[in-house]
Ligand binder design. Sequence first.
Ligand code: PEP
Ligand code: MN
Length: 455
Amino acid sequence: MNQKSRKPAAHRENWRPDGWQDKPARQQPQYRDAAAVDSAVGRLGRLPQLVTPGEIEALKAQIAEAARGERFLLQGGDCAESFDDCTGDNIANKLKILLQMSLVLVTGMRKRVTRVGRIAGQYAKPRSADMETREGVTLPSYRGDLVNRPEFSFEAREPDPELMLRGYERAALTLNHIRALVDGGFADLHRPDNWDLDFVRHSPMEQEYRQIVDSVRDSLQFMETIAGGRVAGSDRVDFFTSHEALHLLYEQAQTHRMGPDGRWYNMSTHFPWIGMRTAEVDGAHVEYFRGIANPVAVKVGPGMSAEHLRELIEILDPMDEPGRLTLIHRLGAGKIEEGLPPLIEAARETGRTVLWSCDPMHGNTEKTQSGYKTRRVENVFSELEQAFRIHQELGSYLGGVHIELTGENVTECVGGASGLTEKDLERAYRSQVDPRLNYDQALELAMRVAGYRLR
Ligand code: PEP
Ligand code: MN
């Protein structure tokens, strides 16, 4: 059935940016002062939009290409950004590691790569418990800097609606810095040294990475000699933003009718996603997401039934709009073999063309004896390898990876070529929430995905 001819706007009748408020909304902060909330949401809604409909539609077109197997999506960044970490160096280093990884992917896979950060808005976190008890004192859980603060005191844990404005401001500062770097030639393929991180010089990956950079430089020179000019697209790259659109008041306030067709867009980010804990078909998040025109993603975990997935696809992508829907599976290295095939089958039954991406992080979280939340890099790589193989065996295409990483030299995940052990975790464990791949581990992941044989 050819559904592509249908107009994509029809299903958004009877939808309002605040319509989700009539549905059960999980994982929302319990604010005490309704007037303060209204005031913050009102002011947030009048501030300038962070992204443009043109950028959002450009990303959607790239995701459509990835869904057709012509492109690869690299999405990565912190589990949770923190307001304190909004510094020039942190932002540049995150951009650098994503650029380095994408260079490796482009050369190894011979496919164009779309780069999306978990950045400029990744400030709200779902929690397994609403309250946390320490030494007999019970306080609200930390839900990300958009909601409250991590210190264990009554003042810090009280949800504060003004933090939505502080989050918007940090997102704007982050995006401004990214745009300035990209426009200033930071992502110019002729100058990959720009995005060298100091650590590459101490990395077990150094030699391989240098060879890739040299070969890219040689090929570019060759092409430009033949063509007598710059290769199109080689002097700047696109970079897009994404976050889990969890805190619905924050998202609603930044939802505007925009663009030539007057569609509703979430203007706080290019590419919002629904987390695994808020993907109920009748829930507030799915209601909010169905009405926005952005490309959207849903995390798909071990508990999700084939029927649940089919319903989600019908609601979120009723018109089979190219690039509209990405499914990010996060099953775990031990569960993917059994869990993924029925999900691929369920999606296929809907007749939609979705982009499949693999998050090899969230199904592989464990706690060490000394209490650190960690992930074993071997499990992360194993889930990814299985994911590529299973999609291929079923005639499907894995067109993306979604990872938690940082450009810093942290010790949060164990394993990898530099051999981090559990003992190393205490040295540089900085995440407030989930453990991230460090610079070496992230580069190694890209090399493996790209098919480079490592020593
Ligand atoms: C996350 O991406 O940080 C997250 C909470 O993921 P999930 O919803 O897949 O558990
Ligand atoms: Mn996480």
